[in-house]
Design a protein around this ligand. Structure first.
Ligand SMILES: Nc1ncnc2c1ncn2[C@@H]1O[C@H](COP(=O)(O)OP(=O)(O)O)[C@@H](O)[C@H]1O
Ligand SMILES: CC(=O)N[C@@H](CCC(=O)OP(=O)(O)O)C(=O)O
Length: 303
C-alpha cells in the first residue's frame, strides 16, 4: 500500500531531505567562501541562524570559510570614540586612530561573536585576521580622484597577496576559518583596513573555491537601483564587466569581487539576501534561483 504525503505529512520532510541529495553530492568536499556583511547582521536571531547554516554546511561535507564585514558596527564604534568617519569611492577613510577601532571591532567584537555562535554547535570555528600567518597582505591603497590624482584615504589597503596555508591547514583539520578583513602591510609596519567583499573574493580565488556567496541587505543586484527593485538573476563575467562602471556604493566592491573570483578559478559567485533566515541553505541545497548569480564566461560543467 502506498502512503501519500497528505496522509503522512512527515513524508514532506523526508522529500525535502531527498531533494537535497543531488546538491549534497555536487558540493561534497568543496570549499565555499561565505561573506557575511555587516548590514546583514541585523539581529541576534539572524546571526544565530547564519551560524547554524555554516555548521550544517560543514556537517554536510562542505568546507565553509567565513569572511565577515562589520561596516555599520565600525561606524557606531567610531562615533562612540568621537572619531569622524567618511567614505570615498565606497572605502572608509581610515586615520591611524580609526584603524585601532576598526581592528578592535572586526577582530575583537564581530569575529569573536561569530566564532562563539558557531562553536555553540561544537569546537569548529577558529578566528583569524588577515594578519595571522600573513593570510592577507596589503600595500597602501591610493584611489584616483576626479582629475586622475592620487587620493590619500589613510590606512586602507589594496590586497597584495593571500597566503592560504593557515586556512587550508584549518580546513584539513575539519575547522571553520572565520576571517576578519585586516591585512598586514608588505612594505611598512602598519596594518590596513581592507574592504570585506574584496577580502572574501581574494580568499576565494586563492583557495580555488567552488563557490563564493555574499550575504547582504538587498535581494541581489538590482537592474536600475534605486528606481527599481528588479533583481538581475544571472550574469556572465563579461556581462558583469560591462555594467561594473555604472554600479554604485556597496555594490561596487561586491560585484567587482564576484568578477575577480570567477575570473580566477572560482566556480560561481552569488549575492543573496542575508536578511532571509537560512538563505545560505536555500542557495546551496535547493533549486531556488535566489539573488544574483555570476558565472565564468566558459562554464565548467565538471565542477
Ligand atoms: N544596483 C544595486 N542593487 C542593489 N543594491 C545596491 C545597488 N547599488 C547600490 N546598492 C547598495 O548596496 C548596499 C549593499 O552593500 P553594503 O552596504 O556594502 O552591504 P554589506 O554590509 O552587506 O557589504 C545595498 O543596501 C544598497 O544600498
Ligand atoms: C576600507 C573599508 O571600507 N573597510 C571596511 C571594512 C568592513 C567592511 O567591509 O564591512 P561590510 O562588508 O559590512 O561593509 C570598513 O571600514 O567599513
Amino acid at each position: 500500500m502506498r502512503i501519500s504525503t497528505q496522509e503522512h505529512p512527515a513524508l514532506v520532510k523526508a522529500q525535502s531531505v531527498m531533494d537535497a541529495l543531488p546538491w549534497l553530492n555536487r558540493h561534497q568536499g568543496k570549499i565555499c567562501v561565505i561573506k557575511f556583511g555587516g548590514n546583514a547582521m541585523i539581529d541576534d536571531e539572524l546571526k544565530a541562524a547564519f551560524a547554524h547554516d555554516i555548521v550544517f554546511l560543514r556537517h554536510a561535507g562542505l568546507k565553509p570559510v567565513v569572511v565577515h564585514g562589520g561596516g555599520p558596527q565600525i561606524s557606531k564604534a567610531l562615533k562612540l570614540h568621537d572619531i569622524e568617519s567618511e567614505f570615498k569611492a565606497g572605502l572608509r577613510v581610515t586615520s591611524p586612530e580609526a584603524m585601532n577601532v576598526v581592528r578592535m571591532v572586526l577582530a575583537g567584537q564581530v569575529q569573536r561573536e561569530l566564532v562563539g555562535l558557531i562553536n555553540q554547535h561544537g569546537p569548529l570555528a577558529v578566528g583569524l585576521t588577515g594578519e595571522d600567518a600573513d593570510t592577507i597582505t596589503a600595500v597602501k591603497h591610493w584611489p584616483e580622484g576626479e582629475e586622475g590624482e592620487k587620493v590619500d584615504i589613510g590606512r586602507v589597503g589594496e590586497i597584495a597577496g593571500v597566503n592560504a596555508g593557515a586556512v587550508e591547514a584549518l580546513l584539513a583539520d575539519g575547522r571553520i576559518p572565520v576571517i576578519s578583513p585586516v591585512a598586514r602591510s608588505v612594505d611598512d609596519d602598519y596594518v590596513y583596513n581592507v574592504n570585506a567583499d574584496t577580502a572574501a573574493a581574494a580568499v576565494a580565488a586563492a583557495l580555488n573555491a567552488h563557490t563564493l556567496v555574499f550575504l547582504t541587505d538587498v535581494e541581489g543586484l538590482y537592474a536600475d537601483w534605486p528606481d527599481s527593485d528588479e533583481v538581475i538573476s544571472r550574469l556572465s563575467a563579461s556581462e558583469l564587466e560591462k555594467i561594473l562602471p555604472e554600479l554604485a556604493d556597496g555594490m561596487v566592491p561586491k560585484m567587482a569581487g564576484c568578477l575577480h573570483a570567477v575570473r580566477n578559478g572560482v566556480g560561481s559567485a552569488r549575492v543573496i539576501d542575508g536578511r532571509v533566515q537560512h538563505s545560505v541553505l536555500l542557495e546551496m541545497f535547493t533549486r531556488e534561483e535566489i539573488g544574483t548569480l555570476v558565472m565564468p564566461d566558459i562554464e565548467d560543467d565538471l565542477r
